[in-house]
Design a binder for this molecule. Structure first.
Ligand code: ADP
Ligand code: ZN
Ligand code: ZN
Length: 752
């Protein structure tokens, strides 16, 4: 093993075995390692993209060959040989390209990036081969078969079963009926039954794309958007589909996919974590008579490998997945669609901090294919691109149903008595909506019973012992819990500060609203939907299908419920408190809370009946909130863009945030100071137009008993930022102390 100084391949003569393999190994070190080839060479010779098992320290790791070289900076005799080559053919070149791009862009180790982008079994060194299953089919008429089997009753029963399934039976279907594989094999040996192997993820590619369900007739705006998309199906063509909630964006996606499939291409659809629901999937599966492969966190390792393989081989024309699905290789890339492109879940917040939407754009550009970003509340990044003419801006202003999205009605909370967070006029509105047989959604972005527990005598407030944060009171079961470190403890019986027994919950979470509403409306079912009530996936699906039956009911939920779901019977939406994002320090807080408010409001009146949205606030005169309520998201977004331009913030400037954390406060401070000083000196020497800001303590300085500091780089030009970021990462790698952990976040989504 030896450091490889140079990534640029000095390719050996064709046919000759290279002297050196430059291998990306899964370690945080941002460099390649040189090895000598050994063992049987792969069928098509050594080349980039082959997985190899290599000795690394005292372990053996699975790495990937990045380059084959005729010489190393190290004497070849000092190089260790690889243990073995794991692949006959290299992993897909487009996949390798995307991983290398990602590692470079986010200043991350290539070995770690490749590792993250591979399905588990491939990481562990399992062979890449499609797993198959056997399908058994009757070859002769059942009468002819039965004649031959007069004295074998069990085999006769099996023949009868096969006769019912003209397209054949897979082994597991037969064994589920009490037969064995040996019995099937016996029939095959007698020549009565055929057996052939088929891929586990069935389907034969997108040659003929027959719609299983007819497409809808598009309205004028949808048709205009689709025809713009049709103008460039064979080239990089970024489009922002900016359509109000319920305007039928999904229908546009479906018809675009239809066109791509008809040309033999594959479609990759990225959806937010919350968006990959059974309804979303079934909508795609109902429409196309072609396999739709879903990639989500619920898959087993082997299922994930099958899905990956189906996409890579081209057998699956449609691939839908959450964030990490952006790394799925495609045999015939045709289009990428990013649904709810503004959603925060596309950005990974630890380790490799990539943004799946941004990588999707890079990928579409490289592949020369169209990319469609859809949202009712586009990110300021995408809006700025559209405004600058770099993305086509496609608008859908009308809902497919009769009713326009409801306006936000601001309700003044000041000086009003609250019950479970709700004031009397809002409770009256809920009563009316229920009386009119509607469903009511009460949105409250705080799970638990109350955001804090306080002493009424001395003002003590329950705080997490490990974080600069308050503990949330939960009642089901009874406990105090920190939502930042998940630490739990039983609530005290008396105030730890003054001994008073008068401890009271402050504010309302979902549990408290649920309790209050159940008491106010004893004859109406109350469904609470948050992470606690839906720990099991089935319980969430069950709740949703009950809600969709349409009986009057109260839905109390966090953003789990507020985003993406089609809840046709909701006529009233109540936002318990809109204020959290209004005065937050994070520069994206306002954008994000406006997006959330509009998405929540979008749940109202999606079907037959119009909707109403009541937004409770302590700041009914806040100019931003007023603009959102009176003029809508777009007006607020364009104003926020102006503010960002003046404040020199993204999307008009590029940021890289370095985070430092340590058990000792002083260690974190020292490390951040040293990095800041070194960076400033280096920038001054280089005359590079990059600002270095800080270090400053993180907004929550102490978290999980560790101290957090931040150092920010900011630049007009992305290339300058990258030069500085690469230098800083290298500097930190070489000078870092064991006591301090650091990470670099390119294009941070939050400054926390
Ligand atoms: P969005 O994704 O923009 O929120 P959807 O695609 O979910 O909107 O559409 C909302 C509803 O309108 C769905 O029930 C859908 O079937 C219906 N719809 C969409 N387009 C049409 C159309 N052209 N004609 C009739 N109904 C439509
Ligand atoms: Zn007290
Ligand atoms: Zn905590």
């Amino acid at each position: 093993m030896a450091d490889s100084k140079d990534e640029s391949p000095d390719t050996p003569a064709p046919g000759a075995a290279p002297a050196v393999l430059r291998v990306a190994v899964p370690t945080p070190l941002r460099r390649l390692f040189d090895y000598r080839p050994a063992g049987r060479p792969p069928a098509d010779g050594w080349q980039p993209g082959l997985r190899v098992k290599v000795p690394f320290g005292r372990r053996q790791l699975v790495g990937i060959v990045i380059a084959c070289d005729s010489r190393s900076d190290w004497p070849t005799t000092q190089l260790k040989p690889i243990v073995e080559c794991l692949d006959a053919a290299p992993l897909p070149a487009d996949w390798l390209w995307l991983c290398r791009f990602t590692a470079r862009y986010y200043q991350h180790s290539l070995g770690d990036t490749l590792h993250l982008a591979l399905p588990g079994p491939l990481r562990q060194g399992r062979p890449l081969e499609a797993r198959t299953r056997e399908r058994w089919q009757l070859l002769v008429t059942s009468e002819a078969a039965l004649e031959q089997l007069a004295r074998a009753p069990r085999q006769r029963e099996l023949i009868a079963l096969l006769a019912q399934h003209r397209q054949g039976l897979i082994t597991s279907a037969a064994t589920a009926q009490g037969f064995t594989r040996a019995q099937l094999k016996t029939l095959a040996d007698k020549g009565l039954v055929s057996c052939h192997e088929e891929p586990l993820t069935a389907g034969s590619g997108g040659q003929e794309t027959i719609l299983a369900e007819p497409s809808l007739t598009l309205n004028r705006e949808q048709a205009a958007a689709l025809s713009t998309l049709h103008e460039a199906l064979d080239s990089y063509h970024p489009c922002l589909l900016h359509g109000v909630t319920g305007s039928g964006k999904t229908e546009v996606y479906l018809q675009l996919i239809e066109a791509i499939l008809a040309k033999g291409g594959q479609a990759l659809i990225l959806v937010p974590e919350i968006g990959l629901t059974p309804q979303t999937l079934s909508r795609f599966r109902r429409r196309f008579r072609a396999p739709v492969v879903a990639l989500h966190s619920g898959l087993t390792d082997l299922e994930r490998l099958d899905a990956w393989e189906a996409a890579r081989s081209g057998r699956a024309p449609i691939v839908i997945g959450t964030r990490s699905a952006v790394f799925t290789p495609l045999a015939r890339p045709g289009v990428i669609i990013v649904d709810e492109e503004h959603d925060g879940s596309f950005k990974q917040q630890d380790g490799l901090r990539y943004h799946a939407r941004d990588l999707a754009i890079a990928r579409a550009h490289k592949d020369g294919i169209p990319i469609l970003l859809g949202s009712a509340t586009p990110s300021l990044e995408s809006l700025a691109q559209a405004r600058a003419g770099r993305y086509r801006h496609l608008r859908l202003t009308q809902r497919a149903s009769r009713h326009a999205p409801a306006k936000l009605e601001l309700v003044d909370l000041r000086g009003r008595l609250r019950q479970g967070g709700l004031i009397p006029p809002v409770i009256d509105a809920i009563r009316q909506a229920l009386a009119a047989e509607g469903q009511v959604l009460v949105f409250i972005n705080r799970r638990g019973f109350a955001p804090s527990l306080a002493c009424h005598q001395c003002g003590w407030i329950a705080e997490c012992p490990h974080c600069d944060a308050r503990q949330t009171l939960h009642r089901q079961p009874q406990r105090l819990m920190c939502h930042h470190c998940e630490q739990q403890m039983p609530p005290p019986d008396a105030c730890p500060a003054c001994g008073s027994g008068d401890l009271r919950p402050l504010g309302a979470g979902t549990e408290r609203s649920e309790e209050t509403l159940a008491a106010l409306f004893p004859d109406t079912p109350v469904y609470r939907i948050d992470r606690d009530s839906t720990r099991r996936k089935e319980s969430f699906d069950q709740l949703l299908s009950e809600i969709r039956r349409g009986e009057p009911g109260l839905l109390v939920g966090t953003q789990m419920l507020a985003k993406g779901h089609h809840l046709p019977h909701v006529t009233l939406v109540v936002v318990v408190n809109a204020d959290a994002g209004l005065y937050a320090s994070d520069f994206r807080a306002l954008e994000q809370s406006a997006q959330l408010l509009v998405q929540v409001a979008g749940r109202a009146g999606r079907a037959e009946r119009p909707g109403r949205v009541l937004v409770q606030t302590l700041h009914p005169d806040d100019p931003n909130l007023r603009l959102l309520a009176d003029s809508g998201y777009d007006a607020l977004a364009y104003q926020l863009l102006e503010e960002r331009r003046l404040a020199m913030l993204p999307p008009y400037r590029h940021l890289a945030l370095t985070r430092f954390e340590a058990v000792q406060e002083q260690d974190a401070r020292d490390a951040a100071e040293a990095a800041g000083t070194a960076a400033r000196e280096w920038l001054a020497e280089r005359h590079l137009a990059v600002h270095c800001l800080g270090p400053v303590p993180a907004p929550m300085e102490r978290r999980q008993n560790r101290y957090h500091m931040q150092l920010m780089l900011s630049a007009d030009k992305r290339s300058a930022l990258h030069e500085a970021g690469a230098w800083l990462a290298g500097w930190l790698e070489n000078t870092g102390s064991r006591r301090v952990r650091w990470s670099l976040d390119i294009d941070p989504m939050t400054l926390s």
